[in-house]
Design a protein around this ligand. Structure first.
Ligand SMILES: *[C@@H]1O[C@H](CO)[C@@H](O)[C@H](O)[C@H]1NC(C)=O
Ligand SMILES: *[C@@H]1O[C@H](CO)[C@@H](O)[C@H](O)[C@H]1NC(C)=O
Length: 597
């Protein structure tokens, strides 16, 4: 046995050294305010080269690039694919600016945009429907509900991530950018599993082994993203795929949940009261934040890192961006590993199959590296509680010292009939109006508006607004609510219709490239809903009346009322009585005959 094993082992060692797959992964931790921690998982995969216009190219094999995704992209002429799954609320005042400048975080629910190549809009739209249906099956999401009534063709906000064109390849057809979102979609474990299946490590080794559904989706905010871009040189092209999972974990809450899976109120003896305020046996102002903590990866994810991704072209890397005055990071594994300082970050690499755990010890959790503040703060709300009309209000604040150009993108379902002439802009407290005010044009530099068509197209609105430094603006817009057909309401009891988040991008003033991107929350709109219980009530009532009426009328028609004597005398005459009498006589005769014999 040993003789066999040795050459095999040797061969494996050799192939480990020589074959390196185009795959990289890294994990980064960053402490945030109020004991939150950002965990950012990153995976990059390249495909092998292929000919762009030969879908039957037999020389193309996928190596580490997912064989599930590749054929879908080639079949639908997709040159770029961007898919986002997000859940939870990102609070920029506590968490600072969005990770990666918001470029890889979607709005609540699912968001998808893609760059498709095709001859005309119709053929591209067919490919788009094929693409969303395939992805729906692949990611177990309701992407198959995407149709023309939720698809827009954005003009400025969603810019292609990679230039397909500028590398010596001339495309045969035009490129179209299509986008859609599903704000209602609950993101769950069944979306994470296919996400991990796209990785060559399949969640069994490397940092992806930490990702389990119940821990990922217990976070305060989570965002999963997939970006595939096509890169060409000459006619040879390859796909580059980048996957991110960003999580914000509330560390004390996670630790508490591990200790006590069913939450219970803290017993009085364990409460820590604020000594600066009066407290006794009945009154206690709890100290809000714990300042000393000690936690490890097993506390956060319930698992250790199961070795490195050994087929990767670069060893698995784990980093943390810590304020080393109060935070320390310790690696727990079978071999001696000490993290080293790389620039600002503390990092270590994993190059073997040992289990790795990381222990963080914190003296004062409030002392973290200063967080970057986002370049804008924005929120959107609904105004008006009328049954058949309402309004949107978007508040944006520019906290920086410079004027900034932003684009507000809205895709509003057709049943919300917006009126562009009601658009008003309030700067600090000066109100300007789209129709009559020349001041309006000073701030709103461009408007792209494609009105909705009932059941076919959503309203698509893009506003290019210039916000002076330290200024707050308020945009408001009024709308009417449409009545839906009764089959268009969700079949179950519903709490309203979700309007997808507005996308707000900050543009670079010279190059007009997007430098920061954020989403507002979804808006919950109640439409005039018919009383669905009424038909039910009507059916029940009519059935009751019918059965009562039927019973008595049937009785009246078929029965006759007679006196008792009459009934008895009639009974004697009746055929049944005569039959009984004859049977009795026969039986008696048979009995007497038997006795005689
Ligand atoms: C993918 O290819 C690009 C060059 O086209 C390279 O810069 C990048 O490092 C590659 N990524 C991986 C994971 O090999
Ligand atoms: C709005 O108010 C802030 C201070 O509250 C001021 O700094 C800013 O210049 C004002 N903006 C405009 C356009 O007047």
């Amino acid at each position: 046995m040993k003789e066999f094993l040795l050459p095999v082992l040797l061969l494996c060692a050799l192939c480990r050294a020589s074959v390196q797959y185009p795959f990289e992964e890294s994990l980064e931790f960053k402490p945030l305010e109020r004991n939150n921690l950002l965990a950012s998982f990153n995976f990059r995969i390249n495909s092998t080269e292929f000919e762009l216009y030969e879908p039957d190219d037999k020389t193309f094999h996928y190596s580490t690039f997912s064989k599930l995704l590749g054929p879908i992209l080639r079949e639908t002429n997709t040159r770029e694919l961007h898919l986002r799954f997000s859940q939870g609320w990102y609070d920029p005042e506590v968490y600072g600016e969005l990770p990666l400048k918001g470029k890889h975080s979607g709005g609540t629910g699912v968001e998808l945009w893609a760059l498709l190549e095709g001859q005309n809009e119709e053929s591209v739209f067919k490919d788009w429907i094929k693409l969303v249906n395939s992805l729906s099956g692949l990611f177990c999401a309701s992407l198959n509900f995407i149709d023309s009534s939720s698809t827009t063709y954005p003009a400025t906000v969603f810019q292609p991530a990679a230039p397909v064109l500028d590398q010596g390849l001339s495309l045969k057809n035009d490129l179209f950018l299509l986008r859609s979102a599903l704000p209602r979609e609950p993101v769950c474990t069944e979306n994470l599993t296919p996400f991990l299946k796209l990785l060559p490590t399949k969640g069994k080794a490397g940092i992806s082994s930490l990702l389990t559904g119940h821990k990922v989706f217990n976070s305060q905010w989570s965002s999963m993203s997939i970006d595939v871009t096509t890169h060409c040189s000459g006619t040879k092209c390859h796909y580059e795929m980048e996957q991110f999972i960003n999580l914000i974990l509330d560390v004390p809450m996670t630790l508490e949940r591990n200790r006590m899976p069913i939450p219970k109120p803290t017993p009085g003896s364990e409460l820590k009261c604020d000594p600066t305020k009066p407290f006794d046996a009945f009154h206690c102002f709890p100290l809000d934040d714990i300042s000393q903590l000690e936690f490890s990866l097993t506390d956060l994810f319930g698992k250790k890192i199961q070795g490195g991704a050994l087929l990767a072209s670069r060893p698995t890397k784990v980093c943390a961006d810590l304020n080393l005055d109060s935070w320390s990071m310790e690696v727990q594994t079978d071999i001696q590993t000490t993290p080293t300082l790389e620039g600002e970050k503390t990092c270590f690499v994993i190059e073997d199959t040992n289990e790795y755990n990381v222990l963080f010890k914190v003296k004062d959790t409030k002392r973290i590296k200063p967080l970057k503040s986002p370049p804008i703060f924005a929120s959107r709300s609904l105004s008006g509680y009328s049954q058949d009309s309402g309004g949107f209000r978007i508040d944006v604040k520019n906290p920086t010292d410079q004027d900034s150009d932003i684009v507000i993108f809205e895709s509003i379902p057709w049943f919300v009939r917006i009126y562009l002439h009601t658009l008003t802009l309030t700067i600090n407290s000066t109100i300007t109006h789209i129709v009559s005010d020349p001041q309006f044009d000073q701030y709103v530099k461009g408007i792209i508006y494609n009105p909705a068509i009932d059941r076919q197209k959503p309203s698509h609105l893009e506003l290019l607004v210039s916000i002076p430094a330290h200024t707050k603006i308020k945009l408001s817009l009024e709308f009417d609510k449409a009545m839906l057909l009764y089959a268009e309401y969700p079949p179950d009891a519903n709490h309203g219709f979700e309007i997808e988040p507005a996308v707000i991008s900050v543009l670079d003033r010279d190059s007009h490239k997007v430098v920061y991107e954020m989403r507002t929350t979804t808006a919950l709109l109640t439409l005039p809903t018919p009383d669905f219980s009424m038909p039910y009530n009507v059916i029940i009532l009519t059935s009751t009346v019918m059965s009562l009426a039927f019973g008595s009328i049937f009785n009246l028609l078929t029965k006759q009322t007679v006196t008792e004597e009459e009934a008895e005398s009639r009974a004697k005459e009746s055929r049944v009585t005569r039959l009984r009498f004859t049977i009795k006589q026969r039986v008696q005769r048979i009995k007497s005959l038997l006795r005689r014999s």
